[in-house]
Write a protein that binds this ligand. Structure first.
Ligand SMILES: O=C(O)C1=C[C@@H](OP(=O)(O)O)[C@@H](O)[C@H](O)C1
Ligand SMILES: C=C(OP(=O)(O)O)C(=O)O
Length: 415
C-alpha cells in the first residue's frame, strides 16, 4: 500500500495507541494465571494479535471485546505450533514460556522475523534443563520442557527480549532460578517486564541487571490490567508537533517505565516547547537546533530521533547504532538510504549516527517493511517541499494500525 503525505502544519489531539510491549507481556502473564484476567486498552496491533494466537495455542481462552481482552489461563496446550507473526518480542518471550510446558512445541514466524537472530536462546534454556533448538540460529525453534531451574548465564548484548522470556517463564520452574546476564542492553524493558510480573503476583529480585533470582513455586494470579499508551508510537506524534505545529498526545505519562519516554529529553534539548499535563503531553514548534542523545537503551527511538534531527539546524548525534542491525530492517542502513532520498545526509561514525539537518525534498520512500521507518519518513513529509510517498505503508499495523488515519486528522494544509 502506498500512502502520501503532503506538506502540512499540524494541530490537534491524538490518543496514543496501546503499548504493544506491555500488552504482549500482559497476555503472557494472563495465559499463565489460573482464572480470568481482564486486559483493558489492548489495541489491535499485529504484534498483539500474534500474542493472542500464541496464548490460544498454549491453551488460554481469549475473548476479544470492544476495548478489552478476557483471558482465562491455560488448562493445557491445544496446538503445538506457535505463529509469532513478525514479533521479535513474542517469539523471544514465548520460547522460554513454551519450554515450561512438557510437550514439544515449535515456534515460527514470517517476514522480517525469518532473518532475526535466535541462537542465544538455546544455551540458557538448556542450562535450565529444557530442550531448545533453533534452525541454524534462526526460526523455526523447537522446545520441550519442563524447566527444572538452577543457574543460567546469558549474553544481553543483542537485546533484552530473551531475558524477558526467561524471567516470565522462571516462576514455573521446579526449582529456584538464577539468571546471570552480561552486557544487558535495553534495560528499561526489563523494568517493564518486572512491573507486569508484579501486577500478576510473581516477583524476581534484580541485582543491578547482572543477576536475577526467581523463587520456585510462585503462581501467576489472574488480574485486571490496564495497558498504557505507547511512548514508542507517541514519539512520532510528539516529534511532529516539534517540527510542524502543535500537538497534544493523550494517554501517556512520564511516570511510565517505558524506555521511549526518553524522547522528551531530545525534544526539549532541540528547543521545542513541551508542556506536561496529567496523562497527556503537549509539544509546540519553536526554532530547533541540534541535539546529542544516547539511544542505546531505547533503540526504537532512533527513527523518530532522526526525523527530529533532520529538522534541526546543525549536526545532531545519536549513540547506539549497534542496536539497530537486527530489528524489522537494518534500521541504520534503511534510515541512511531513505533520508538520502529526502536530501538529508546521515553518517555513521562507530556507534554514533550523525544527522545533518536541512530542507526535506519530496521523494518516494521504501518502508523496508519496517513500521518505524514508514512513520519516521511520513512525519518528515510534513515539512517537505512536495509530496512524500511511502511505499509498503501497511507495515505500520505492526505497532500502530491507525497511524495514517490519526495523522490525517491533525494535518492542516498548507504549512
Ligand atoms: O521488550 C520489548 O518490548 C522490546 C524490547 C526492545 O528490543 P531489544 O531488547 O532487543 O532491544 C525493543 O527494540 C522492541 O521493540 C520491544
Ligand atoms: C523491534 C521492534 O519490535 P520486535 O523486536 O518486538 O519485533 C519494534 O517494535 O521496533
Amino acid at each position: 500500500m502506498k500512502k502520501e503525505v503532503r506538506p502540512s502544519a499540524i494541530k490537534g489531539t491524538i490518543t496514543a495507541p496501546a503499548s504493544k510491549s506491555m500488552v504482549q507481556r500482559a497476555i503472557a502473564a494472563a495465559l499463565l494465571s489460573h482464572g480470568k484476567s481482564i486486559i483493558t486498552n489492548p489495541g489491535n496491533s499485529n504484534d498483539c494479535v500474534a500474542a493472542i494466537s500464541i496464548a490460544r495455542a498454549l491453551g488460554a481462552t481469549v475473548t476479544v471485546l470492544p476495548n478489552s481482552l478476557e483471558i482465562i489461563g491455560t488448562s493445557g496446550i491445544t496446538n503445538n505450533h506457535l505463529h509469532c507473526g513478525e514479533s521479535g518480542l513474542s517469539i523471544r518471550m514465548f520460547t522460554p514460556i513454551a519450554a515450561s510446558f512438557s510437550e514439544e512445541i515449535s515456534l515460527m514466524g514470517e517476514g522480517s522475523l525469518t532473518i532475526r537472530p535466535m541462537a542465544t536462546m538455546e544455551s540458557p534454556l538448556q542450562q535450565l534443563g529444557a530442550y531448545c533448538k533453533t534452525t541454524h540460529g534462526l526460526i523455526p525453534i523447537v522446545v520441550k520442557g519442563p524447566l527444572h531451574g538452577g543457574k543460567a548465564a546469558l549474553d544481553g548484548s543483542l537485546g533484552s527480549q530473551i531475558l524477558t522470556g526467561l524471567l516470565m517463564a522462571a516462576p514455573r520452574a521446579k526449582e529456584d532460578v538464577t539468571l546471570q546476564v552480561k552486557n544487558l542492553q535495553s534495560k528499561p524493558y526489563i523494568d517493564l517486564t518486572l512491573e507486569v510480573m508484579k501486577a500478576f503476583g510473581v516477583s524476581a529480585d534484580n541485582y543491578n541487571y547482572e543477576e536475577f533470582f526467581i523463587k520456585a513455586n510462585q503462581k501467576y494470579q489472574p488480574t485486571n490490567f490496564n495497558v498504557e499508551g505507547d511512548w514508542s508510537g507517541a514519539a512520532f506524534l510528539l516529534v511532529a508537533g516539534a517540527i510542524a505545529g502543535r500537538i497534544r498526545v493523550e494517554n501517556i505519562t512520564t511516570s511510565s517505565r517505558q524506555a521511549d519516554k526518553a524522547i522528551m529529553q531530545a525534544i526539549m534539548q532541540a528547543g521545542a516547547i513541551v508542556n506536561e499535563k496529567s496523562n497527556a503531553i503537549e509539544v509546540c514548534h519553536a526554532p530547533l537546533s541540534s541535539f546529542s542523545f544516547d539511544a542505546t537503551d531505547c533503540p526504537d527511538l532512533f527513527p523518530p530521533l532522526v526525523t527530529l534531527a533532520a529538522a534541526c539546524g546543525g549536526v545532531s548525534s545519536i549513540r547506539g547504532v549497534g542496536r539497530l542491525e537486527h530489528k524489522e530492517s537494518n534500521r541504520s542502513l534503511a534510515l541512511q538510504a531513505e533520508y538520502k532520498k529526502m536530501g538529508i545526509n546521515i553518517e555513521v561514525d562507530g556507534d554514533t549516527m550523525l544527522v545533518t539537518g536541512g530542507p526535506i525534498s519530496a521523494a518516494t520512500i521504501d518502508s523496508h517493511n519496517d513500521h518505524r521507518i514508514a512513520m519516521a519518513t511520513a512525519i518528515s513529509g510534513l515539512t517537505a517541499n512536495g509530496t512524500v510517498f511511502i511505499e509498503g505503508a501497511e507495515c505500520v499495523a505492526k505497532s500502530y494500525p491507525a497511524f495514517f488515519d490519526d495523522l490525517n486528522t491533525i494535518c492542516k494544509l498548507p504549512i
